[in-house]
Design a protein around this ligand. Sequence first.
Ligand code: HEM
Ligand code: HEM
Ligand SMILES: [Fe+2]
Length: 448
Amino acid sequence: MKYKSQAVAYYFFAVCMLLLALQIVYGFIMGFAHLGFDGLHEWIPFNAARAVHTNLLVMWMLSGFMGAAYYIIPEECERELVSTKLALLQLGAFVAVGVTAVIGFHFNWWEGRKFLEIPRPLDYLVVVDVLLFIYLIGRTVWQAKRHTTTSIVLFFGLLCAALLYIPGMIDTSSQTMDSYWRWWVVHLWVEGVWELIMGAILSYLLIKLTGVDREIIEKWLYVIVGFTFLSGILGTGHHYYFIGTPKYWLWIGGAFSALEPLAFLGMAIYAIAMAKRGGRSHPNKTALSWTIGCSILSFVGAGFLGFAHTLPQVNLWTHGTLVTAMHGHMAFWGAYAMIILAIITYSVPAMTGRKLHDSGMNIFAFWTSNIGMICMTLAFAVAGISQVYLERKMGMDFLSVQKEIEVHFLGLILAASLFTLGIGAFIWNFIRYGLPHAEAQGSDSYKN
Ligand code: HEM
Ligand code: HEM
Ligand SMILES: [Fe+2]
């Protein structure tokens, strides 16, 4: 770690670990409810568990992106952050808003809009908090002597993510318009600007871990940004098929979203090619596994499984079923969870000065969580496809179908247990590192 202020990232990553663990607890609550064991229903009904599960997901990912930015920006800009105290305050406020929201969901204080359940007064606090974050990163970049493509793409991705939160706050009494704006946030985040954040972290990690020239790696980053915008912006149309918007979205959404996998394919080819070119000479091999794994599984989860239901002819049948949950799990895991776990695996040894990155525990964490998530995706796929046939092709009613497919959730629970074992090992290894250490500061621990 070259700059002292980079250590602030550690606390963001610690929050990530905590929220990920909590998110998994709520996943199990829903998994058991699907299996027919809904004993907690009185206190945590399915809708509350679902809102907590997905909002904790978004929160730990934002915390991970912020931590990644606080770690990467000083090194890319060759200067300290403008203020670590304000960064910690920003984290504290972020956690306070998140905790309030999650508690509120249990008391039915929510907006009922999938992924954007946070009640309006808290939305304003989120905006203030994110503005502080953007100010801290922006000022550090602005005052830097060096501006790299990686730092500019990362900053631009974060800034756009912040701005795109606002359309979700537009007040309307029309269900169609509400849905229309909701997708500006949800879709343009995960299939737009979050891809830029992911691309920039990927580029940083590949520069560090493969030793390939920055010029070559960053040239690819432009191609990925280009593909993402070309396909992802009009690709939003794949959510406008059946919500009451004009018919032309059927072909615009279908055609452009069908091109979206190209950006993910580009990232996979790029990461594998760079790793091959650089050889496996870097001491932190597990970080490289997470990095390459991310590029591959994001293509599978987002690219391949996204494409599987993106054409209107298919989406007509699969819309809003467990097929969506199948894709949602693997896409979020492959693209965003894995890139965050990659930057944590890379940076925590550097911040704490303890070299536990290639420990047996960490390697176990990588394989077990990934195999577990692949099996979870398969379990959701089987349940989802059965649901589509029974409910939509055969016309059985929703609840009878839910009863029919209960059995598939046994498979889900088993796979999720394997996944949880892997995540448990990752978190345990994270705890073993201990806190950031003064001796680790001021030197480049990996000499890269
Ligand atoms: C990392 C990137 C991605 C993530 C994290 C992601 C995640 C998700 C999630 C969570 C949903 C459910 C959203 C909701 O109902 O509110 C969803 C829906 C959808 N995604 Fe993705 N996705 C990604 C990329 C893609 C790509 C590249 C495609 C197309 C090629 C795609 C196609 C779709 C479609 C068609 C739906 C609507 C499903 C429905 O009608 O129920 N996704 N995605
Ligand atoms: C032990 C682990 C987990 C279990 C048992 C679990 C289970 C579930 C269940 C049962 C649902 C609700 C499906 C429905 O609507 O009926 C759900 C939703 C969701 N989970 Fe998980 N989950 C787990 C971990 C994760 C992780 C690690 C991620 C992200 C990387 C994730 C992302 C999501 C998303 C995005 C949704 C919403 C899907 C949609 O829009 O349809 N889950 N989860
Ligand atoms: Fe989308």
